[in-house]
Each structure stands twice: as structure tokens, then as C-alpha cells.
Design a protein around this ligand. Sequence first.
Ligand code: NAD
Length: 251
Amino acid sequence: MNTQSKVAIITGAGSGLGQATALKLSDNGVSVVVVDISETAGQETVSMIEAKGGTALFIAADVSQAPQVEQFVEQTVATFGRIDMFFNNAGISGPGLKLADHTIEQFDQIININLRGAFYGMKYVIPEMLKTGGGSIVNTASTAGVVGVQTVGPYAASKHGIIGLTRTAAIEYGKDHIRVNAIAPGTIETPMVAEFGRQNPETMKATVDSIPSGRLGRPEEIANLVAFLLGDEAPYINGAVYSIDGAVTAQ
Ligand code: NAD
């Protein structure tokens, strides 16, 4: 293992935004811990990184299970000795339904993965960053964390919650040299969105029609922003929520 480079943990790194960011950070010389609930997806990202000569380690975990989050943090420290960067990103969208039509089970599942998962990640990563003098965290919120979005009420609640956690952690740990920011992507072409579009074609068409930039975003565009926020060129960016949505929330 390369112990000279910076070390990043990325959750949901087997696909979409997490995978694109894993590749970007690896290109920047960062050793990447690829966390995903899917072994196949996670191993694919590791193979892509290793094929380019980078260093990556896959750890299977469900971010909604606190002991599994604690375990991947421990294993990262045991392997690499430190955590410099954390992209707290794993999440699910859930079904497209009006608020009262969601079941309680659907609400719980989305909150458990998206919001509890994000909390567990910071709960276990921050103490390790404190031990080594600091670090940088980016949490994945969403346009639905900034404004209401029809048919995704529980998802919107989880992403608004992530912004609350982000701002709180930023002001609590700023003097400890830990920066915590959130990204609020619009609709980005990932497998999650493709699946949502298959199940909700009319909603997806309306979504694309409403984007001022005239197209969906690309995972690589998110990866560029996340790598910047996690890296050394953003030392005074803390507690911020970055919209990256083709001007959707500017309307
Ligand atoms: P994706 O489905 O392409 O990738 C998500 C990855 O997370 C998958 O590899 C999946 O196996 C993994 N995952 C799912 N549940 C998990 C769990 N419980 N524990 C660990 N891993 C789990 O999705 P994506 O579009 O890349 O989304 C990533 C994040 O970005 C999510 O938090 C999502 O809400 C957010 N987001 C996406 C968009 C978008 O348009 N794609 C927009 C705004 C926010």
C-alpha cells in the first residue's frame, strides 16, 4: 500500500458520483478506500483505479448500519494510518410518490441510508481526523436539500438534514482544521437517475426540460468539484453548500 499519499474514504464509490470521484482523486495521487454495499460495483472501481496504477482498497459496508461504518473507518486507519479526505456520498433516491403516498417503511429506508448513514460516517471519521490534525469532508446533499422537489419528500428531508449536519460540523470543528462542506447536485447522469427515469419517464422529461443549462450533469463534473473542495486549494471553504445543477436553483 502507498503510505506516502493522502488517504480518502468514499462511500457509494462503486457507481455514479462516488466512482467518478474515486477515479479523479486517484488521478491526483490519493489512495482511495472504496466503500459500497455492492461488492461487484466496489471491486469494479478498484479494478479501474488499479488499471491506471493507483492505490485502492474495497471495503463492503452498508452505511445505514453503524457497526459497519465504524468497521470501515477502523480498517482504513489500520491499513493506511490516517484519513485525510472523506466523501460521504452513498445514498438512494426512493420511489417517485406524493408525500402522503410514501409508506412509513419507504420513509425509514431513505432516512436510514441517506441521513443516518451520513451522520454515522462523520461520527466515526471525525475522531480519526482529530487525531491526525485535521482533514476535509464533503457530504452529498442535492438540489432536493436546498428546495422542495415534487415526488421525493423523504429524499428531500434526508438531504435537507445532511445540510444541517454539514453546517453544524463545520462550525464545531473549524478550529480543529476539519473542513466540512456539502454539494447540492442537480440531476446527474448516473445509474441511480437512469433507474429513476425508467420508473418515472414523465417526471424525468419534465426535469430535463426545466434545466436552464439544457442538459443533465455528468459525474465527472461533480468529481471535479468534490476533488477541489476536498483538496488543499480550498482551505477557507468551510460550511458551504455548493449547487452544481445547471442553474436549476437559480430560477
Ligand atoms: P448510484 O446509484 O449511481 O451510486 C450509488 C452507490 O451507492 C451504488 O454503488 C450503491 O451500491 C451504493 N449504495 C447504495 N446504498 C448503499 C448503502 N446503504 N451503503 C453503501 N453503499 C450504498 O447513485 P449516484 O447518482 O451516484 O448518487 C450518489 C449520491 O449522490 C447519493 O447520495 C444521491 O442521493 C446523490 N445525488 C445524486 C444525484 C444524481 O442526479 N445522480 C443528484 C443529487 C444527489
